[in-house]
Design a protein. Structure first.
Lengths: 126, 140
């Protein structure tokens, strides 16, 4: 069990690092909106030139290996429930590395969503 | 360059679509996987597994959807905070069972109902969260 928890923690840390790299890259991309398809084309070209995007994908690939390692040891629903530690990691890392303001609503809303997902996962496992 | 703003209904819809497309892509791939299951990993059967599945139309469709979805996710990240996007990106866990109950009249346990309620409350609270407008970040 300890080993499963550790694998999920490592997997989610790599995943969160990947998301941080995506967000860092997204911050430097010009915003797109509307129905002008050409802007999406330049956006895509811009995006693929950002090293953070590739690094983020690699980071998530490492996370996936640890996630599969966890799945090989424990039942799917157990791994999913443990996976909700991602929400805590995202809150901490977004605050530390992206300077996002975590107000009470964001903390409480994230808590409710994580709790809800745990309950739905548990209810579908029977 | 891009400013991160508050959650609007339009962005919520984009996040929900992103999550839904992810689920559809997974179902397509699951249905499209052909050949024998990979029970033991050796270079020979891994190679034939990849070759067999690389030509499966459903697997290809799944991979295309995944790629488009990744593009959509980065667009979402240019608009809202990461700490807002990630929890919202898992709401299909509740919204899919909820639609199964409403439209397909599936039975659901009390634990399931409680879970769905929690997720809906969580979304409503998150929509009240204020995003600090991040300072201009110079492009590298």
């Amino acid at each position: 069990m300890i080993r499963t928890v550790l694998y999920v923690l490592i997997a989610e840390t790599w995943n969160t690092a990947g998301q941080l790299l995506f967000k860092k890259s997204a911050k430097t991309l010009p915003p797109v909106s509307g129905a002008d398809w050409r802007t999406y084309g330049t956006f895509l070209k811009d995006l693929l030139r950002r090293p953070g995007i590739l690094l983020g994908l690699m980071s998530m690939a490492v996370g996936l290996i640890f996630w599969l390692a966890a799945l090989s040891q424990a039942a799917l629903n157990v791994v999913f429930v443990l996976g909700s530690m991602q929400y805590i990691l995202i809150l901490i890392f977004s605050r530390l590395f992206l300077g996002e303001k975590i107000d009470g609503n964001r903390l409480l809303g994230t808590f409710f969503i994580a709790l809800g997902i745990i309950l739905v996962t548990l209810s579908s496992s029977r | 360059m891009s400013k991160t703003g508050n959650l609007t209904l339009k962005i919520f819809f984009a996040v929900f679509m992103n999550d839904l497309i992810d689920a559809i892509a997974q179902v397509l791939m699951k249905k499209g996987i052909v050949g024998e299951a990979l029970i033991s990993w050796n270079s020979h059967n891994l190679f034939s597994f990849v070759i067999q599945n690389a030509v499966s139309p459903l697997v290809i469709a799944g991979i295309i959807l995944y790629s488009l979805n990744f593009f959509l996710w980065i667009i979402i990240l240019t608009k809202i905070d990461l700490s807002l996007a990630v929890p919202l990106g898992s709401t299909t866990y509740a919204l899919i069972p909820l639609s199964a109950v409403i439209f397909l009249h599936e039975r659901i346990s009390m634990t399931g109902i409680a879970g769905i309620l929690c997720v809906v409350i969580g979304i409503l609270i998150l929509s009240k969260s204020k995003s600090a407008i991040s300072p201009e970040v110079p492009a590298p």
